[in-house]
Design a protein around this ligand. Structure first.
Ligand code: DHB
Ligand code: MG
Length: 208
């Protein structure tokens, strides 16, 4: 993991990786979920990809979508170094183009979807996550707190408004039971949204 972070820093990637504790939480959630297939939106240098891939069985698979070809190349090398490259398929291109291709190819349903790409598109990403999952799947989204900016509103920041709209949609979606887990650590004050896909009956999804 240190080598992956160092390679990302040398290549000039933004330091938007999950922290070690957040990464282990992702691995734990994937293990608790018994995930055999994982979809990630936003590979960056592959740090969270490595954490999620570690939770997979030997015949599991992880598809990770990255818009930037340079980032994807750094991630591929990091995945090889971490010994998980055989489990991972890095797809280059804007997720709003690669997601419809995955759906058309019937690549789902995925047991777990981790949303951690550009935040302004989070509302659309939620729709694709629902399209590519099944009842029982877990959808996780990073950066739903952003130091409190999401709760404060931040009307001018499309990253904040994208996350707020995403959370509003999650809250209104009868197929999801969701919460937000706030995290404090080396990445500051942030958090994950956790949403379980249900069959969508109103009794299961009534808001807490
Ligand atoms: C940003 C994006 C992230 O995914 C993250 O974990 C931290 C920051 C950002 O775009 O600012
Ligand atoms: Mg993030």
């Amino acid at each position: 993991m240190d080598a992956a972070l160092a390679a990302g820093a040398i290549a000039g990637l933004p330091a938007h990786d999950v922290s070690p504790l957040q990464g282990r939480l992702l691995e734990l959630l994937a293990r608790l979920q018994g995930a055999r297939s994982i979809l990630e939106l936003g590979t960056l240098g592959g740090v969270s990809t490595i954490c999620l891939a570690r939770a997979l069985p030997g015949d599991g698979r992880l598809v990770t979508l990255e818009a930037d070809a340079g980032y994807a190349e750094v991630a591929r090398q990091n995945l090889v170094r971490a010994g998980v490259a055989d489990l991972v398929d890095v797809r280059v291109g804007p997720a709003l183009q690669t997601l419809p291709a995955l759906a058309a190819a019937r690549a789902g349903p995925f047991d777990l979807v981790f949303i951690d790409a550009d935040k302004r598109s989070n509302p659309e990403y939620l729709g694709w996550a629902l399209e590519l999952t099944r009842p029982g799947s877990l959808i996780i989204a990073d950066n739903v707190v952003r130091g409190g900016a999401v709760a404060d509103g931040g009307a001018g920041d499309p990253s904040v408004t994208g996350v707020r709209r995403f959370l509003d949609l999650v809250g209104a979606e009868p197929r999801l039971i969701a919460t937000a887990v706030q995290t404090v650590g080396v990445k500051g004050y942030d958090g994950f949204a956790l949403a379980l896909v249900t069959s969508g009956s109103s009794s299961e999804s009534s808001t807490a």
